[in-house]
Write a protein that binds this ligand. Sequence first.
Ligand code: TMP
Length: 205
Amino acid sequence: MYKKPIIVFEGIEGSGKTTHIKNVLNYLKKKKIKFINLREPGGNKNSELIRKFILNKKSDLHIVSDLLLYLAARNENINKIIKKNYKKKVIIIDRFVDSTIAYQHYGMNISLKFINLINDFLTKDLNIDYTFLNTVSINNLKIRLKKRRNLNKYDTFNSYFYTKVQKGYLKLAKNKKNYLIVNSDKDISLNKKIIINKIEKLIFN
Ligand code: TMP
């Protein structure tokens, strides 16, 4: 038997989340561990439609409309996928509630009280067991975004915005036992080892 935690990967653009998640999924497959993997916004059919609507480069939605759509996409995932698999499979999520606090509150100044109220309502029956917060220097972020062919609406903010968002994330992680900060400016294979070690402990200890 093994544990079936909810594990979230967070971080700003270019912070290496996608690469790390890929490594973790390969590890889980190799160990024959049952898992589901979701991304936010996105995940199920409705949430992927909402993703296209928000992140489309031509979108001119108001920031509070974006917020409500991120939360709607989350609600679809929670009710259609996460609750069904909770404690039955390992659940790996690419962005979750902390993304909303970091981007919509720390980045865009929308009320934290309002965001927490809805996030808490949506996640009241769930426990996020562990969060890997991936960080990146603004210099590397710029280099990595330049290499991306398809930039979405949220890939084109200025450095000041991403700095605010990353600082917000670091505040959320401060002094918390169930967060690990992964500095993606450091050696990628070393980070991979650190993450897989932690995943092993979360599942088998
Ligand atoms: P990504 O899937 O490529 O990381 O892009 C998703 C974008 O959406 C990213 O810029 C972060 C943003 N986002 C929010 O602003 N609030 C949220 O609640 C979530 C889940 C994502």
